[in-house]
Write a protein of this length. Structure first.
Length: 248
């Protein structure tokens, strides 16, 4: 998996904020490079993204790119930050007086972001790109929990929990869409397993597996997992908010 924060922060952080960035005589800019990088990742996947391939797309020499972006690691940071900058919430979407609806909007917006940019699911953002897109998104989403009585660390943890749940289920949805041979595998493996596994020895696995398979009509149902998981997380947050309101 790719990761952000793999480059030198002393170089990439100023670049994220476009400090000192200037266009070349050919009109090449950091923004144009990032836009082309995102388009290429959409088409061929992030693993196929290279500076050479990107230079060919822009009809420039690779050295021309390096004059604006030091390397592929920095490019990925720039691309992720640009994608995060697309997340804009209407004023009424994030209402601290209705934190639950606001967090549902945050989750839905992030699901839509992954649907637009599935290549983001191949990036580990444990070290987030410290640019305006990332920080602006984080600031807007934190507002959903301001005034709930949770302390700042709890607010950060709740938001992280929601976002990681969305990422996980979105990754499952993408994998399910791309791996249709899974259906064939289960069709072949199911009868073999049924002939070998004794339900009396594994009664719970047999009962639950059969019920889940019938409900999903597939090995998994990421959309159902998304809705169920989010509801369960928010129920837990509601309990925590109530405890804080009661002084616990």
């Amino acid at each position: 998996m790719e990761r952000t924060g793999a480059g030198d922060p002393r170089r990439v952080v100023p670049l994220l904020w476009r400090a000192g960035a200037t266009p070349s005589r050919r009109g090449l800019t950091v923004d144009r490079i990032v836009e082309a990088g995102i388009a290429l990742a959409q088409e061929v996947g992030l693993e196929q993204l290279s500076m050479r391939r990107l230079a060919e797309r822009l009809s420039v020499g690779a050295m021309s790119l390096y004059g604006h972006v030091p390397g592929r690691a920095e490019l990925i940071d720039l691309m992720v930050d640009a994608a995060f900058a697309e997340v804009v919430y209407e004023a009424r979407a994030i209402d601290p007086a209705d934190w639950r609806t606001s967090l549902e909007a945050v989750a839905r917006c992030n699901w839509d972001l992954f649907a637009r940019h599935p290549w983001l699911l191949a990036v580990d953002t444990t070290r987030p790109p410290l640019g305006p897109g990332t920080i602006g998104k984080y600031d807007a989403e934190l507002r959903a929990l301001v005034g709930t009585g949770l302390d700042d660390v709890e607010i950060d943890q709740v938001l992280s929990l929601v976002l990681e749940h969305v990422r996980s289920t979105a990754r499952q949805a993408l994998a399910g869409a791309e791996r249709s041979p899974d259906d064939e595998w289960w069709t072949a493996a199911g009868p073999v397993l049924a002939s070998l596994m004794d339900p009396a020895r594994y009664p719970i696995a047999s009962r639950v597996g059969e019920a889940a398979g019938a409900a999903y009509d597939a090995p998994t149902d990421p959309h159902r997992a998304y809705a169920f998981g989010l509801s369960t997380i928010l129920d837990g947050v509601a309990t925590l908010v109530a405890q804080r309101a009661a002084g616990h």
